[in-house]
Design a protein around this ligand. Structure first.
Ligand code: ATP
Ligand code: MG
Length: 310
């Protein structure tokens, strides 16, 4: 659905994107993570045909985003990270205004707009002034607006930032509905645990490069080595501690609440081998598990603690 090859973009002498490669399949909900200034907004604007690039290739469903500007704008919907000011404009007027930019007449588009307002849960706000809406409502209105021309790819720049937990929950429901409509979606965010719930694939970006990408489970699995391993032992605990301390896969061993807690960087097979080795030495293991890793720790690990909440 989206293929980016060796994309480069500089602002003056500053290089915002360096040989960026990215691939997103149709129907994916792709989470774009990275610290401030990583290049997420820059990439998204280029994909939407809103910003030129210096070199590289960007194809959305075979359409060249760098050259076929009017076609790309039909193909994608963009929700910017900043909602403009719209004095004295009511919700329906706002929607008609954007519809007119795509050449739709009010008569033809009315039902579509009503459907979209229903989708984003704003049906009862049709006659409200846009500037009087709450932040979460504005965010949803922006999504409705970006869907007017029925784009295949929807690009959302930090849609969940500044929303309270309830608004974020509602937003997630909307994303789910969009997924059912077979849209491909890109979302950028700093709210990492949230992204793991919303998205099926994620890409982690830093300083204009993609430093990790894949489905959420794979990225989480990669992070598993980071999460501590807990072992509860009922017999020969000292033997277990000694074995662990001697293992090249272990950096630290401590005892917490009668549990051995250790940094064990091995995979599942290596854990199985460890259990066998300990059992052979008559260590009585009654429980062993990994602490559940989360995206936040993956992100910090991969970006070397430079990232963080905005
Ligand atoms: N119009 C511009 N002129 C000059 N530099 C820019 C411009 N837009 C972005 N940059 C720079 O390019 C880099 C990437 O910016 P970008 O907005 O793409 O990052 P981002 O990942 O979206 O960050 P954030 O999380 O803060 O939104 C930053 O260092 C930024 O300062
Ligand atoms: Mg940004």
């Amino acid at each position: 659905m989206l293929t980016i090859n060796k994309l480069n973009k500089s602002y003056g002498r500053f290089k915002a994107l360096t040989d960026l490669d990215l691939h997103i399949e149709r129907g994916d909900i792709f989470g774009f993570i990275g610290p401030n200034g990583a290049g997420k907004t820059t990439t998204m604007k280029i994909v939407c045909g809103l910003l030129s690039a210096d070199s590289g290739e960007v194809y959305v469903d075979g359409i060249d985003a760098l050259r076929e500007n009017s076609k790309i704008k039909r193909k994608v919907g963009y929700v910017p990270d900043f909602f403009g000011v719209y004095d004295n404009l009511k919700v329906m007027e706002y929607m008609y205004f954007f519809a007119s930019m795509y050449g739709y007449s009010q008569k033809d588009i009315k039902d579509t707009i009503l459907g979209l307002l229903e989708l984003v849960n704003l049906s009862d706000k049709q006659d409200s002034y846009v500037d009087g809406l709450s932040r979460g409502m504005k965010q949803r209105l922006c999504v409705a607006r970006a869907l007017i021309h029925d784009p295949d790819l929807l690009v959302l720049d930090e849609p969940a930032s500044g929303l309270d937990p309830r608004a974020r929950f509602e937003f997630k429901e909307i994303l789910k509905n969009l997924g059912e409509l077979d849209k491909t979606i890109i979302i950028s965010s700093h709210i990492l645990p949230e992204l793991s719930e919303m998205c099926n694939t994620i890409g982690i970006m830093e300083k204009g490069h993609l430093i990790a990408a894949g489905n959420v489970e794979d990225i989480m699995r990669q992070s598993m080595g980071i999460a501590p391993l807990h072992i509860e032992v009922v017999k020969n605990e000292d033997v277990a501690v000694k074995v662990l301390k001697e293992s090249p896969l272990v950096e630290k061993v401590s005892i917490r609440d009668n549990m051995i807690v250790t940094t064990f960087t091995g995979d599942d097979l290596e854990i199985a081998n460890l259990v066998k080795r300990l059992t052979d030495l008559d260590v009585g293991i009654c429980k062993i598990f990994r602490e559940k890793g989360n995206l936040e720790s993956v992100f910090l690990e991969i970006t070397g603690n430079e990232g963080g909440a905005k």
